[in-house]
Design a protein around this ligand. Structure first.
Ligand code: ARG
Ligand code: GLU
Length: 755
């Protein structure tokens, strides 16, 4: 102490380090953002050990021995799955296997409603077209891909060399392998500053083994989607089959269960706040390094407008679905699709604003600029201004493109007319017929007609300041007097529910008054004249020879109305967007290089690109708003609290009610209840659905299936205070297999450990 006072400098620094230690001890464990490349996980392994992880980097990824990665698959291209037995048993989400479960369902055997459990191997159901892909090996091939490339080169020449190198490397990697079951992907990372090669093995005989009823697998439906507390048993079981030599093969009854290189041991120990967790899977797309204008566009313009438009659609769907049970079923899946991103965007926009991402990015860009000036490098100095200029040009085009998708194509009739023509012209009558069949199976004209009235007007209103991004009005069919004479019909705001009007862009109010009747006339005319609102008439057209059918389709009012828009978008807007994006991505290549130089101490991780990644963190609750604190684990008690036989989303099977009433939890009971879901700080994204959630020993704790909506801006910025991934607890999965599926023969296949 004495000494300290003699040397004020030393005292200060000691004080500082003491304070620093104090801060370290009192702040809760910092959540660790990042989606790390398995091969380079060594960069983060010390930090993982600090958080409790007990395995080595080699255990996570190795080419020399079986490692965790050998139990993980890319499921059907969009989800993740993991192998949990020596006999190829595979676990993924119910919502990932939904299409397969639905495809096997009929009125007599409604597996969506009642669930499905194969009693024997022969009852396991094959799924045409379903594949699972193992990543066998990855390699940094940057030097090989960039071989022969020089700084002085024109971009076009550079790209040609790269393409050629990629082609050669791919062929070399595939040499001697069966190309039906092995693929190579060489993926640019950091906008082409680095390249990684992935050698993948694809299995094509994947059978459905089990699924709980939707009332469990989708418990909470869209009401609870993206929401914590959550109680969804979002899992399904499949099995991978191989030929007798354990190699991938097309479906055959002679195939046998695949013997994996590695499968997960299941932990029955469960989780508590602060426990280490790791998610190993296939996140789809993130944009962590984008400039402030891109974030500004998302948070202030694009998301609010898309939320508004989807809100209008959902209001119509919800109202009509509420009136009629048949319509509710018809529009269940459409409603879910529309509502999924609708909610995610709300969380994303709000999260960006709450986290101050735009201001942070702007400040970073300013600091970067100051630094860039000191480097004397012209490409660094001019970088931000060039990119901003490109964003200025991109924004109206991007916005228009989104309006084409979200407003114009919101009308099913218009989309169908366009698709039908394309399908018949390009694929053939059979494909067109099957498109028509599936369209009419779930089509309800009153919903579509009302959506057209509202959204077509919205489309014009949204683009009224950029009329050059619309086709010339003369192209509208003669029967569209309204839309033709008043260039910009606007929303009938009066009918929009208050919740949505609050978000409505101001632009449309001015013209609102006189437009609804015009749109009404157009809608009536369109929907009563087009053949494509009536199944029989459509099938009659398709029964004719293709030339004649095409002619009839092309003369249909719906097609005539929509095609000029589609063409305008396809031939003018999209190419412009693509060209700007290409320029931008070249500049992003420099940007990544430059910020890595500028921000030397930061450890960078590449944006998600549907390749295998490791995320890690800890089990943690959060506080979404003032005075509210969420705990991290939910239980079966919460299911009972939500249970409501009169509410489709919360109407659980009677068996589950009985089990709860009798507390008949068997070996799955923990503290007098059954844990159901938990949240943690792992950095995940779309595509991580079905990913294994592992504990410190690498044992399976659960199955990732969602994020909390308040944290969905983690695709742009990870805010550790609210970004949480949601997983279903493996003990709930086992409980369901046992007590609801009565499939204890499956449990016998599993390795269940106490830790
Ligand atoms: N929000 C999750 C995801 O993005 C689950 C979506 C499926 N579930 C639903 N209720 N719509 O994919
Ligand atoms: N449900 C998402 C999926 O299907 C995962 C949730 C997320 O976006 O994180 O991949």
């Amino acid at each position: 102490m004495l000494q300290l006072f003699k040397n004020p400098r030393g005292a200060l620094s000691l004080l500082c380090s003491a304070l620093f230690l104090l801060i370290l001890q009192t702040t809760p464990l910092r959540a660790d953002e990042g989606m790390w490349l398995p091969m380079l996980i060594g960069q983060k392994i010390d930090r993982m050990h600090e958080l409790g992880f007990k395995l080595t980097a080699e255990d996570i990824y190795s080419v020399n021995k079986a490692s965790l990665k050998d139990a993980i698959v890319h499921f059907g291209g969009g989800c993740t799955g993991e192998v949990i037995s020596a006999e190829g048993l595979l676990l993924t989400n119910h919502h990932c296997g939904y299409g397969q479960i639905q495809a096997h369902s009929s009125v007599e055997n409604d597996y969506l409603k009642d669930g499905f459990w194969a009693r024997t191997r022969t009852e396991e159901l094959p799924n045409q077209g379903l594949t699972v892909t193992f990543m066998r090996r990855m390699e940094d091939v940057t030097d090989l891909v960039l071989q022969g490339v020089t700084d002085a080169m024109e971009e076009k020449e550079r790209q040609q060399i790269i393409d050629k190198n990629i082609k050669d490397l791919t062929e070399k990697a595939l040499n001697g392998l069966d190309k039906r079951y092995n693929t190579v992907r060489i993926a640019p990372t950091y906008f082409g500053n680095q390249y990684f090669l992935y050698l993948n093995e694809i299995f094509r005989d994947v059978r459905l083994v089990g699924a709980p009823p939707s009332s469990i697998g989708k418990f909470g439906g869209d009401t609870d989607n993206w929401i914590w507390p959550r109680h969804t048993g979002d899992f399904a079981l499949f099995r991978i089959y191989a030929d007798k030599d354990n190699n991938p093969a097309e479906y055959s009854p002679n195939n046998v269960p695949y013997r994996p290189r590695y499968h997960f041991t299941i932990s029955s120990k469960g989780v508590k706040e602060g426990d280490f967790t790791m998610v190993y899977g296939y996140p789809g797309r993130t944009q962590q390094y984008v400039l402030s204008p891109a974030v500004e566009y998302i948070a202030l313009r694009s998301n609010p407008q898309k939320i508004h438009l989807r809100g209008l659609r959902l209001d119509v769907m919800n109202r009509e679905q509420g009136k009629d049970q048949a319509v509710r079923i018809q529009y269940a899946s459409k409603n879910a699709r529309v509502s999924n991103a609708w909610k995610r965007w709300q969380g994303e926009a709000r999260g960006i604003l709450n986290a101050g991402t735009i201001a942070k990015k702007k400040a970073f860009e300013e600091r970067f600029q100051q630094w860039a000036e000191t480097t004397g490098r012209d490409d660094y100095i001019t970088l931000i201004s060039k990119m901003k200029e490109l964003y200025n040009r991109l924004e109206p085009l991007q916005y228009a493109s989104e309006m084409y998708t979200e407003a114009l194509m919101a009308t099913e009739l218009l989309q169908f007319a366009d698709n039908l023509e394309r399908q018949l012209a390009r694929r053939g009558p059979e494909e067109a017929l099957s498109l028509a069949r599936s369209f009419f199976k779930d089509y309800y004209q009153p919903i579509d007609e009302e959506i057209f009235e509202i959204l077509f007007a919205e489309f014009y209103a949204a683009l009224q300041d950029t009329p050059d991004l619309l086709p010339t009005p003369d192209l509208l069919p003669a029967a569209a007097p309204a839309a033709r004479t008043t260039q910009a019909p606007a929303a009938h705001t009066a009918q929009a529910p208050a919740a949505h009007t609050a978000e409505a862009p101001a632009a449309r109010t001015a013209q609102a008054a006189h437009c609804p009747e015009n749109i009404r006339t157009l809608a009536q005319h369109l929907f009563s004249t087009s053949a494509f609102t009536r199944e029989q008439q459509t099938l009659d057209i398709l029964a004719k020879d293709s030339e004649q059918a095409l002619e009839l389709i092309r003369n249909d009012i719906a097609f005539k109305l929509v095609r000029p828009f589609v063409e305008k978008n396809r031939t003018e807007i999209q190419p412009l967007i693509a060209a700007i994006n290409q320029e931008l991505s070249l500049l992003y290549r420099t940007w990544m290089q430059a910020i890595m130089e500028f921000d030397k101490d930061r450890v960078f991780y590449p944006d998600a690109n549907s390749t295998l990644r490791v995320a890690f963190g800890t089990v943690a609750g959060y506080s979404p708003v003032d005075a509210v604190v969420y705990k991290p684990v939910s239980t079966i008690e919460g299911i009972m609290q939500k249970d409501d036989p009169n509410n489709f989303d919360y109407n659980i099977p009677q068996t589950l009610r009985n089990i709860h009433a009798e507390r008949n939890y068997g070996r799955w009971e923990t503290d007098g209840t059954v844990p159901v879901c938990f949240i943690a700080t792992n950095h995940t994204s779309g595509g991580n659905s079905g990913s294994p959630v592992l504990n410190a020993n690498g044992h399976l704790l659960g199955l990732n299936f969602d994020r909390v909506w308040e944290g969905t801006m983690s695709d742009i910025e990870f805010d550790s205070s609210v970004c949480r991934n949601i997983s279903v607890d493996i003990r709930y999965v086992l409980f369901l297999i046992d007590k609801i599926g009565n499939a204890d023969y499956l449990l016998r296949e599993l390795d269940i450990s106490q830790d």
